[in-house]
Write a protein of this length. Structure first.
Length: 298
């Protein structure tokens, strides 16, 4: 082949050993710097980067008086030594200033310890009333060995009640407006062995709309069969660490697909909040969350 006179081919020279070493070192340092920055963000910034989410809540047969009614959903404070109280206070103060008609809390006020009950109650009281709630698995016992004790749950419920916050334990609560009614049903935690839709839904007349409060999304199938149109849950913290391609790697429940967000299960819509607090201080691609629902007729 004849060489094209317009171009001159120059054989590239191999870099010296020094420059090759320097380039590889810079690349390695860049990789380490990115990793350190990501880990730093996941520990120092992301756990406190609270997001306020607004969503519609369409309900079949919604009484006209409740059209536009707003429900604030907060979950998983995990009041303990690991979750800074300053952060929880700031989050709940902001939430308490929002224009809602009802606030609901779906459990894990504390992480097992009686010593944190008073702080959790004071934080919950930052929300404007009316406030309804249910307990999560960490709200019952002082130890990890059992989830069914009332050692923490009893004083926690009593102190919350003294501040005007009612905990529903397999109970139905009727909201009334202009002579019309909407039911809020609150469940004992799924892991305690006390969960009972038979008890909780007993006062609800057939056909009346129900919003269920539950901590663990594994309960959704029972709630759907009982006739709930919506169920609000927490427990998962959204997985806290959500890796690309793998998504959630920490979802402590049987149905790991219900990790965060909105799902349709039979005739019931399930919303799983990412929660406010954390057990271990780390979040990646999974911001903490407080959610506002606006009810509308479907």
């Amino acid at each position: 082949m004849t060489e094209d006179p317009r171009y001159t081919f120059i054989q590239p020279q191999r870099p010296s050993a020094f420059w090759a070493y320097l380039r590889s070192s810079v690349n390695a340092m860049g990789t380490v710097a990115c990793a350190v920055a990501t880990l730093g963000h996941s520990y120092f910034r992301a756990p406190f980067d609270l997001e306020f989410v607004e969503l519609p809540m369409p309900i079949r047969g919604l009484p006209r008086a409740f059209d536009g009614f707003r429900i604030l959903h907060v979950t998983d404070f995990h009041t303990n030594r690991g979750t800074p109280v300053w952060y929880l206070r700031r989050a709940l103060e902001r939430a308490g200033q929002l224009p809602y008609d009802l606030a609901v809390i779906t459990g894990d006020f504390v992480t097992h310890r009686l010593e944190h009950v008073d702080a959790a109650v004071e934080l919950s009281a930052l929300l404007r009333g009316p406030v309804l709630g249910v307990f999560g698995n960490h709200d019952y016992a002082e130890t990890w060995e059992t989830w069914s004790s009332d050692a923490v749950a009893r004083p926690l419920a009593e102190k919350l009640a003294a501040r005007g916050i009612r905990i529903l334990r397999n109970e139905a609560f009727p909201l009334e407006r202009d002579g019309q009614r909407l039911w809020i049903v609150g469940m004992e935690d799924w892991w305690t062995g006390r969960f009972s839709t038979k008890d909780a839904f007993a006062p609800v007349p057939p056909g009346e709309p129900v919003i269920a409060l539950t901590h663990n999304a594994d309960s959704i199938f029972a709630l759907d069969q009982a006739g709930a149109q919506w169920a609000l849950a927490g427990h998962t913290h959204g997985g806290q660490i959500r890796l690309p391609f793998f998504e959630s790697i920490m979802v402590p429940q049987e149905h790991k697909e219900f990790d965060m967000g909105l799902f349709q299960v039979g005739g019931c819509k399930l919303y799983v909040s990412r929660g406010v607090g954390f057990r271990r201080r780390a979040r990646f691609r999974c911001r903490p969350e407080i959610t506002m629902f606006t009810l509308k007729s479907q």
